[in-house]
Ligand binder design. Structure first.
Ligand code: MG
Length: 258
């Protein structure tokens, strides 16, 4: 009985102060950090020379799609030479000739293009300087004269057409050049043809963000909802829209595959 009481008393003491029973042990401490421990030097990113800001030229590693001289980088949907009008360093949509596409196909990329709506443009809503740039020939970023011209917001300039409106309206007035910088991440598909990762796009117009890493839902349909269509690399398509307003112009188009 005495022994039992003693055991119980010992256990009670140990539970009151459990650390007392543990042996104190010194473990090695992490080495003190020095700045150089979290800095690495290789591989160095390759050097790219930026375009000349006054002459508005492309970066040194860009693929130039239109530099003002000719349409050799472009073709019709059935592979014939593109026949839009080239004059004074500018190409202008010829609505009788239809859309044009780059001969080269691309995956993810950074695309720069400049576009201008004629100063004397007429029409309203979607019938006013309508064009568009199709990423991988599948997903349209809308081009439209939205300067003091309202339309459905998911069809405005800089919308992912019929999907996501732009965050703001960053239009310059007709007759002035608008600048698009588009950063696009191509989708990855599962074997069954559905998206594993959908495409994403960032759209900047005149230095102002319109789309910030926006998820693209699928094809940009005029009628109906986005569809999932499995595809690989694809061309850039510029739209020759059938609206009756005067045709828009493009210049200084270049792309950097990413
Ligand atoms: Mg369009």
């Amino acid at each position: 009985m005495k022994k039992l009481i003693l055991l119980a008393a010992t256990a009670a003491l140990a539970s009151l102060n459990p650390t007392q029973a543990q042996e104190k042990k010194d473990y090695p401490q992490p080495e003190a950090m020095r700045p150089g421990m979290s800095e690495y030097w290789t591989p160095q990113p390759r050097v790219v020379t930026p375009g000349d800001i006054k002459q508005n030229t492309a970066p040194s590693d860009a693929i130039v799609l239109f530099d003002g001289d000719d349409l050799s980088a472009w073709m019709t949907p059935d592979g014939k030479p593109a026949e839009w009008t080239v004059k004074g360093g500018v190409m202008t949509v010829d609505k009788s000739k239809g859309d044009i596409l780059t001969r080269q196909k691309f995956g993810s990329f950074q695309l720069h293009l400049e576009w201008r709506v004629p100063k004397d443009i007429e029409g309203e809503s979607q019938s006013r300087g309508n064009s568009g740039v199709f990423l991988q020939d599948m997903y349209e970023v809308q081009i439209l004269d939205c300067y003091k011209n309202e339309t459905y917001v998911n069809g405005m300039t800089g919308s992912i057409y019929k999907q996501t409106p732009p965050m703001v309206n960053a239009m310059r007035a007709p007759g002035e050049w608008n600048v698009y910088d588009i950063i696009y991440t191509a989708p990855i598909f599962k074997e069954d043809g559905t998206y594993l990762y959908r495409p994403y796009v960032t759209v900047i117009q005149n230095g102002i963000v319109l789309q910030n890493h926006t998820e693209i839902q699928g094809t940009t349909e005029y009628i109906g909802f986005p569809r999932t269509v499995k595809h690989g690399e694809g061309p850039i398509r510029l739209q020759s829209h059938g609206d009756p307003s005067q045709p828009i112009s493009f210049r200084n188009i270049w792309i950097r595959p990413l």
